[in-house]
Design a protein around this ligand. Structure first.
Ligand SMILES: Nc1nc2c(c(=O)[nH]1)N[C@H]1C(S)=C(S)[C@@H](COP(=O)(O)O)O[C@H]1N2
Ligand SMILES: [Mo]
Length: 422
């Protein structure tokens, strides 16, 4: 009850401030607005027929909501990375059309009819599945984020890329449909493997890079999915059509696309992707490995460098995304003064395990400079660290697994910039 009253009072105050600040509003009242008084072209003729776009694309005015590259990071389009426009999206589901892509040897085109998935190694009976075979197993639906371990990796040494898309856009969050890996492994039979505790699976893709990774059996039997749909439709070619692995909460590199083989083994392979890559060199030169889980992380997506404040002072919606590879997001705090004081943000929905959570701070901007930050806490009690805290433990040699608190300097004119606070 009291909550409701104070919220209404807040809105009334906010709107009054907005009207007082906005000269545009009073001008519109004095001079007739042709958008209201004149019949517009879109109202004086027919619109497009329903058959014009059998498969729809966004309207032309949304041309900003596209994947982008960082020139110096993408030498060619074969071994490539591009970024999700998180600054321009809301909610939590990433449309496939603008979701980031990371390929080690380009995106391959593989027909369903040509698709095969082999299960071999320490199984009772090695099996090969066609796509049609996979469709006959019981299916599951889950929303999960997929974050490249290199997301935010360019920010270790200092604030570098000017936009949430570039600092935090190696992530997408989709609803996957697929068969649990457990079901498929059990179909092949695991008694031959003996004690499952020390067993692993090695997963590889059908592309030339194969992107092979070792996954401990405990995870393989827990929540890993062999997925063939994302957001209700077939995977896009670039996301692994027709079938990819979904490894909830774990680094994107393990989400093998165009998955063709799963071998049950009695140890990890120690492949390229888990030794020379996706390990973290610490200050003393020793590298961490098996850093599978994505640590809890959050970022303010608006206002941000690509999404400045354009309406002046008054009511302001601060919003962003939070996620954790160890479970659900519990709480997100927002700071306007570089981490000195914090306000708890509103979660659009209660956090879900290994899925993105949208947060909002409905506030009133007085027009002064802000050092905007967000800080997530997950259900394990883990709190997102500052950059200084992370550097203290990890040094400056790292690329992967940078989950530090991000700071945007918002200027009095509403423009924002990537900065660091000490
Ligand atoms: N077969 C195969 N799987 C792959 C890759 C690849 O190059 N080949 N890239 C990996 C990396 S590093 C990441 S971050 C994710 C990215 O998935 P996406 O392209 O669907 O965003 O796929 C992973 N799976
Ligand atoms: Mo990645």
């Amino acid at each position: 009850m009291t909550k409701k009253t104070s919220r209404r009072a807040f809105l009334a105050k906010g709107l009054a401030a907005g009207a007082a600040a906005g000269t545009a509003n009073s001008a519109a009242a004095a001079t007739p607005d042709p958008l209201i008084t004149e019949v517009q072209p879109w109202a004086s003729g027919l619109g497009d027929g329903v058959d014009e776009t059998p498969y729809g694309l966004p309207i032309q005015f949304e041309g900003d909501v596209i994947r982008r590259n960082v020139e110096w990071l993408t030498a060619d389009t074969i071994s490539s990375i591009n970024f999700t426009p998180i600054h321009a999206l809301d909610g939590t589901i990433t449309p496939q059309g603008c979701a980031f892509e990371r390929h080690h040897s380009g995106a391959i085109e593989l027909k369903k009819e040509d698709y095969r998935l082999m299960i071999n190694g320490l199984v009772d009976r090695p099996l090969v599945f066609s796509y049609a075979d996979l469709e006959r197993f019981p299916r599951e639906n889950h929303v999960y984020f997929c974050e490249c371990a290199a997301n935010t990796g360019m920010e270790w040494a200092g604030a570098q890329l000017n936009g949430a898309q570039f600092t935090h856009g190696m992530i997408h969050n989709m609803e996957y449909t697929g068969v649990s890996l457990r079901t498929i492994l059990e179909e092949a039979g695991l008694t031959a493997a003996g004690d499952l505790k020390d067993k692993w699976v090695y997963v590889e893709g059908a592309d030339a890079s194969s992107n092979g990774r070792s996954i401990p059996m405990e995870k393989a039997l827990d929540d890993v999915l062999v997925a063939f749909k994302a957001n209700g439709e077939a995977l896009r070619k670039e996301h692994g059509y027709p079938v990819r692995l979904v490894v909830p909460g774990w680094e994107g590199n393990m989400w093998v696309k165009w998955i063709r083989r799963i071998e049950v083994m009695d140890g990890p392979v120690e492949s390229r992707e888990e030794t020379s890559k996706y390990t973290d060199v610490l200050a003393d030169g020793i590298a961490r490995k098996w850093t599978w889980e994505m640590d809890a992380k959050s970022v303010v997506t608006s206002p941000s460098p690509q999404s400045p404040i354009t309406h002046g002072k008054g009511p302001l919606v601060i919003t962003g995304l939070a996620w954790s590879g160890r479970g659900a997001v519990k709480r997100v705090d927002v700071s306007k003064d570089g981490g000195k004081t914090w306000e708890t943000a509103r979660l659009a929905k209660p956090g879900e395990k290994m899925a993105m959570t949208r947060f909002y701070l409905d506030t009133n901007w007085d027009g002064s400079e802000m050092l905007l930050q967000s800080r997530v806490m997950d259900e394990t009690g883990y709190v997102q660290p500052t950059k200084a805290q992370l550097r203290e433990v990890r040094g400056l040699n790292s690329i992967y697994h940078n989950n530090c608190i991000q700071t945007w300097l918002v200027r009095t004119n509403g423009e924002a910039e990537n900065v660091e606070v000490s």
